[in-house]
Design a protein around this ligand. Structure first.
Ligand code: PA5
Length: 423
């Protein structure tokens, strides 16, 4: 289903093997002691799935597909993963014809223009916030409530809302008081690791995706992790990042399909927020994630990779089967005969050959490269991919010996905002 190749030296010496072994054991410990609950999301959510499908089956609007717009209010880990998965799978036959809107930014231009495209009388609202207090999310929710009040008097808002938050968060308390449906996020699952919890599962189920398949796909990766342990190729890659962190501290994900645009953003958050930390001895560590789309960014960023400073690694993501047999027509245009070599070729063949050609040139430029090839996009392959990147992040973090799952660096800005606006 998914093939991974490392195009760099994988002969690891004894101390490296020990480091890998230690990182694997740390991850097992995190899993077994519940330091983070994301490891077990693929296997322990039967009740959650039942609850989600029961709610959908008994909600008079969702059950009869009376919803035109699904409005997801949330930011960061409460939105990026769902957006990534929906963008990857949106051409799947499973997807219901529902418009999804992610309201996340307090930019009034963006917000008001997004809301213009929503038919609030046929919308279902999902508010997602682990803490239940994030200022962007709660302010946007208040704004939407203010719009629902007047023109839609008598509208059954209580039936058209679901909340996803931590148990006992302020948002949970409000929801209980109002009688809104709540799905809880496990306490030990952090925002950016939460897409396989109700955070992603509920909106994705409303959209019609097979969320059980998504979890099964993730579980294939989980099984590989447990079965192969430190021998998993992923650990060699993690060790390479760790060992070369000073010289090669920029990690590019070069995805050869526009469908990966949102996935790249999800990766950027996961990698950046999880690995940019101070160690116990206050040493700053971190790797800088960059997301590119092929072939588009061959025409913008590639030059910097090939001839710029050798401070980067590149992971190519290649989709083998786009399942659309579109070809370049056999048209020869005067003066443009030099482009005829592509005539009759499938677009898919061209984009994938572009990927191969770029891989070759990046390797020739002596930049470390690895390749992840996906046969096709479906719930299972996407679940696998999500879990793979989460494990990789944990593995690198374990080698750095940092706390992968917190984000103390973003707290001070939040406090400062509060002080400034409370004056
Ligand atoms: O990964 C994280 O923890 C963050 O990016 C959060 O997801 C983000 O800050 C939103 O937080 P919350 O879900 O509490 O509203």
């Amino acid at each position: 289903m998914i093939k991974k190749t490392l195009f760099f030296e994988t002969d690891i010496k004894k101390d490296g093997l020990l480091k890998i072994e230690k990182a694997y054991n740390k991850m097992l410990e995190e899993m077994n002691t519940g330091v983070t609950g994301y490891y077990d999301l693929p296997i322990n959510q039967e009740n959650v799935i039942e609850d989600i499908y029961d709610f959908i089956a008994t909600n008079e609007y969702l059950e009869h597909n009376l919803i035109k717009d699904l409005v997801v209010i949330g930011i960061g880990g409460s939105s990026l993963g769902t957006r990534a998965i929906d963008t990857l799978l949106k051409f799947s036959h499973n997807r219901n014809i529902i418009n999804i809107h992610f309201l996340e930014n307090l930019d009034p231009l963006y917000l008001i223009n997004s809301i213009k495209n929503i038919d609030l009388s046929k919308a279902f609202i999902v508010i997602i916030s682990k803490s239940g207090t994030t200022i962007e999310t709660i302010s946007i929710a208040k704004y939407i409530f203010s719009l629902l009040k007047d023109p839609l008097k008598g509208l059954d808002i209580n039936q058209k809302i679901a909340i996803i938050t931590d148990k006992d968060s302020p948002l949970d308390k409000l929801s209980n008081e109002r009688g809104w449906k709540v799905f809880h996020i496990p306490k030990n699952v952090g925002g950016r690791f939460s897409v396989l919890s109700p955070v992603g599962l509920f909106p994705l189920a409303v959209l019609g995706y097979d969320i059980e398949e998504l979890l099964k796909g993730a579980n294939i990766m989980r099984e590989e992790f447990l079965h192969h342990g430190p021998n998993l190729l992923m650990f060699k890659k993690a060790y390479f990042y760790y060992k070369n962190a000073n010289e090669k501290n920029i990690n590019i994900l070069f995805s050869y399909s526009s469908m990966f645009e949102a996935f790249n953003k999800w990766y950027i958050q996961l990698w950046g927020e999880s690995l940019g930390k101070k160690t116990k001895s206050k040493k700053r560590v971190g790797l800088t994630p960059i997301g590119l789309i092929g072939s588009i960014d061959q025409h913008s960023f590639l030059q910097l990779i090939i001839e710029g400073p050798k401070d980067k690694t590149v992971t190519f993501l290649k989709l083998k089967n786009f399942e659309l047999p579109v070809t370049v027509p056999h048209i020869s245009l005067p003066y443009l005969e030099t482009t005829d070599f592509a005539n009759g070729r499938r677009f898919q063949t061209i984009i994938n050959t572009q990927c191969d050609a770029t891989i070759e040139s990046v390797i020739e430029a002596d930049v470390p490269v690895d390749l992840i090839e996906i046969n096709e996009l479906n719930e299972s392959s996407v679940g696998y991919l999500i879990y793979y990147f989460e494990l990789l992040t944990s593995a690198v973090g374990a080698m750095f010996n940092i706390n992968v799952y917190n984000q103390p660096g973003v707290e001070s800005g939040k406090q400062k905002l509060k002080i400034k606006l409370s004056k």
